[in-house]
Design a protein. Structure first.
Length: 165
């Protein structure tokens, strides 16, 4: 089988530059499909597949949260985790302007600016988690600690239904 031409995204270039090990998975997908459908299509576990959400705080600062596909961001916990009074998800129309990525291709790595990043603590249960590769049809498999290292982020309980949820 012929090798596909390697098309590196910003996220992949950042990982390469930081000598961080990762794997890439690509799949056919012409337009945005939510992560649950992609995980189903590829036979991947929801718990280890993470979606990237971008919020804006009361201060006007942006924050990035990575949570399991089938979970919902607890905005109160999220705000507490970044020292804000409150945070709200940015509008879909603002995703590209704020991150440089399109909806469905947003990843915590390689945004226009490295925003404070929080990854749900459940990521620590896995040797490898799946995040967007920085474009639709591309995924990065990475050790959770390496994601934290490269983003300068932290692990915290930020979803509904866990501990004090």
């Amino acid at each position: 089988m012929a090798k596909e031409k390697d098309v590196k995204t910003n996220a992949m270039r950042i990982l390469d530059r930081n000598k961080i090990r990762y794997r890439v998975n690509t799949y056919e997908c012409g337009e945005f499909i939510d992560g649950i459908h992609i995980a189903d299509m590829l036979g991947q576990a929801y718990e280890s597949s993470f979606k990237t959400l971008v919020t804006v705080g009361k201060s006007g600062e942006y924050f990035v949260f990575a949570i399991p596909l089938d979970k919902e961001l607890d905005l109160k916990k999220a705000a507490r985790s970044v020292g804000e009074k409150s945070v709200e998800l940015i509008h879909v129309k603002d995703i590209t302007k704020v991150t440089g990525y399109i909806r469905g291709g947003c990843t915590p790595l390689g945004m226009k600016k490295q925003y404070p990043t929080v990854v749900d603590e459940t990521a620590e249960l896995f040797d490898e988690i799946i995040i967007s590769g920085g474009r639709i049809g591309s995924q990065i498999m990475i050790a959770p600690d390496d994601l934290i290292k490269v983003t300068g982020g932290k692990f915290e309980d930020i979803v509904f239904g866990s501990q004090d949820g």
